[in-house]
Design a protein around this ligand. Sequence first.
Ligand code: 3H9
Length: 697
Amino acid sequence: MTDTIAFSPTVRGAIRDGVLLVTIDNPPVNASGAEVRAGLLAAARHAAGEAALRAVVIRGAGSAFVGGADIREFGKPAAEPALPLVLAALEDLEKPVVAAVNGVALGGGCEIALACHLRLAVPGARFGLPEVKLGIIPGAGGTQRLPRLVGIPTAVEMIATGRILGAAEAAALGIADRLVEGDLEAEAIRAALDLVGRPPRRTGSLPVPPAAEDAVEAAAAKALARSRGQAAPAEAVRVVRLAGTLPLADGMAEERATFVRLRDSAEAAALRHVFFAERAAAKVSGLEGVSPRKVETIGVVGTGLMGSGIAVAALDAGYRVIGVEQTAEAAARGRERIDGLLARAVKSGRLDEAGRADRLARLDVTAEAGALAAADLVVEAVFDDLAVKTELFVRLDGIVRPDCILATNTSYLDPDTIAAATAHPERVVGLHFFSPANVMRLVEVVRCARTAPDVLATGLAVARRLGKLPIVCGVCEGFIGNRVFSAYRRQAEFLVEDGASPQAVDAALEAWGFAMGPFAVFDMAGLEIAWAKRKRAAATRDPRARYVAIPDRLCEAGRFGQKTGRGWYSYRDGKREVDPETEALIAAARAEKGIVPRSFTADEIVATLLAAMANEGARLLEEGIAVRASDIDLVMINGYGFPAHKGGPMFQADRTGLPVLLARLEAMAAADGPGSEPSRLLRERATRGDGFMDGNG
Ligand code: 3H9
């Protein structure tokens, strides 16, 4: 029989066969907040002091072991006891301490397990030290204990990338000592009793397995290759390496000092913002209690670049896929394109042949649109033309089942117009994927005027099953991402017309954290689509608005970007180079407008462009297109290469105090009339276009 002991509000003990069974019960993920730490310390002291207790087993309540430190505590004064002290008390116990890892053991949770003398795990458990994803390194011995189990190269790889391991890999590496299929708790108690009387195997006292210096170097180089100037991964490498030379206590002291310094950094604050932003984005108003419809078969109309990417994402997620093309030849090409993407995944080792065969068995590409009668959801990925898409949706109305959802992948067209042409606009939703759709994580889920709540909920559920990050947005031209990106593009062009060189703009942003500056991105994407769009819009453009003609001049000269070897830059063997022809063209455009070029510092360039994005974001919020500022940040990070460790344009605007009130100013101008001060400021801004509040205000 058992007596329950409350060690703290979130940690309780029970005695089974002389073993203290400690349960961490802190929903939703048993994070090791202050009460959990206090409870574990009390449990360790209780076990040490009670002669009748022979061993300790630690488990998590519910489906998690421990999801890590409580991230909400970061940024607040640290509460005692600190986790390293708690773990020292557990590891130093003379009685066996067994971790019964019943679910995720991440961050501080993994560190708790590492400090135990034996680790048993269920096959569904996951282990990892993902702290770098929050801009920090482990702070409770992870960098010093893990290398003692797996060696420095593997510890470097795991900690500097934050990779999370399944139970089987953790067992193969010796992180988990054994996997338990049946009753974990009973097995852990048995294992703990078996260890009684034997010297405890303390991870912290184990020697670090020897490793060749070049193996360590190679692991570090690989882990840091994609870290783009972030501090935490490099610090993780440095501190893990110390395990090879320092005694545990000294290594842990350096780890803790580094953890505390990084925890209080701007980078960590930004990444925490991103973590909570992703969780907030999942909460969509109006969907409380609404269940998504069941979707097993997805139709994809159009199997070009976008459609084939969507098809592969759907196949990867286990859906049946029906691709539809206009002719049998086009269908054959579509199938080839999809198989080509799968073959590439096999070649790179991301997929095996059996996986490819399984996916192909779930794929049907046909010229018979009638096949879509079997679909639960149809995504169109055809040419972005209103007449084409509207006609298609009207036709689909007559083919698909009444409960089938119709999703449009339009980038710029009005999905409400497309929906209105159908018999059931309530079943239409926008699913705006980004190319390549099987790789890019962002999907803008467009809530149209008439979209039914369960249709929206289904769009979100499908996007999540595809492994995507869905962000809900309202209807406007370009949705969230392309609206903000257009403002960024416009401002980048203003900077160049005013005197900055494209390479100076790109260099400033790349030094700040973007993988590529805007002009390199324009060249990569190609300049001709935007050119065609500008030509179409020429007749309706506001003649008072500032217009930069340089991109038109580039296109007129046949400079369409990388694909033609020349754009803003010229390209030799894929390497971008400054091109005197572009420079001359820019100089001529400035001279034509009488602009005397001025110089810009890198800081000015970055601040100006960030503010242009944040201002457009403020407008999207004002218009109700975006629901939260943090959603805009996620769109720009996951769809447009904004560096995650900078938190997004809205986060930056908040932190740096840049004014993002342009939208408010416009509202004031509208209310106060054309003679008002807000109107004057806006006119001045429109004619100068150098953004008096875009960075310098
Ligand atoms: C660390 O441990 C540092 C140590 O070395 C320091 C030692 C001194 N804290 O993701 P979900 C909340 S750093 C606080 O939707 P899932 C989350 O906000 C930490 N809250 O569920 C959400 O709340 P709400 C290292 C947390 O099942 C709810 O739980 N650990 C934490 O899809 C459900 O979350 C990590 O980086 C937390 N640690 O996935 C792991 N974790 O419902 C971070 C979650 O109010 N966490 N919440 O929106 C994860 O990766 C996932 O949450 C997890 C569960 C896999 C655990």
